[in-house]
Design a protein around this ligand. Structure first.
Ligand code: IMP
Ligand code: MG
Length: 190
């Protein structure tokens, strides 16, 4: 089979583009500029929420013009399913103390809000100087609890989305856009 005949994983006709690469990049840059101006004169401590936030975080941080440090927390609430169990589990804790830091939690998506609510409560009890949340995507129709996210990239309808860090069953994180599977059952499985 030649390269042109090979079926593309990324350009799968079952994946409808909800937010293309250009819109993602422009919006992420604008969020970074806002963060740069809001935290002027401060050092920022970013916490990336593994694994979904990895692509958003790496684009966002490269456009933030401030001295910043980086840590990761691993949170799992979904397993391989596309429905929230409401269960939140820490799979990797932070490496360094949050005491006295201006903390910005970077998350891929606010769905039910349970994950961020859980994390925000933990972090607030760790004597942070300030705490804010940046989420690339927000699905307000799905919220089960209020989440006070200071920075939101895009508000989206209640679709299950993949790409730009977001997965289904650990696949599709490498899409350079946010896509919606037309027939979710036809997604490639790991
Ligand atoms: P929440 O606790 O329901 O807000 O769930 C948040 C987490 O669920 C996110 O960090 C994602 O990992 C995952 N999630 C929620 N909605 C989607 C989606 O549409 N696609 C992929 N992952 C999602
Ligand atoms: Mg996640």
């Amino acid at each position: 089979m030649s390269a042109t005949e090979r079926a593309s994983f990324i350009h799968d006709p079952n994946l409808k583009v909800l937010i293309d690469t250009g819109r993602l990049q422009a919006r992420v840059r604008a969020m970074a500029e806002q963060i740069t101006s809001d935290y002027a004169g401060k050092n920022l401590h970013l916490i990336g929420v593994l694994k979904g936030a990895c692509v958003f975080l790496s684009d966002l941080m490269r456009s933030i013009d401030l001295p910043l440090s980086l840590d990761f927390i691993g949170i799992s609430s979904y397993g391989a399913s596309t429905k929230s169990s409401g269960e939140v589990r820490i799979t990797k804790d932070l490496d360094v103390s949050l005491a006295g830091k201006d903390v910005l939690v970077v998350e891929d998506i606010i769905d039910t809000g349970l994950t961020l609510n859980y994390m925000a409560n933990i972090f607030r009890s760790r004597e942070v100087s300030s705490l804010a949340i940046a989420a690339l995507l927000d699905k307000p129709d799905r919220h089960e609890i209020a989440v006070d996210a200071k920075y939101i990239g895009f508000t989206i309808p209640n679709h299950f989305v993949v790409g730009y860090g977001l997965d289904v069953g650990e696949l599709y994180r490498n899409l350079p856009f946010i896509g919606v599977p037309e027939i979710p059952e036809n997604l490639v499985k790991s």
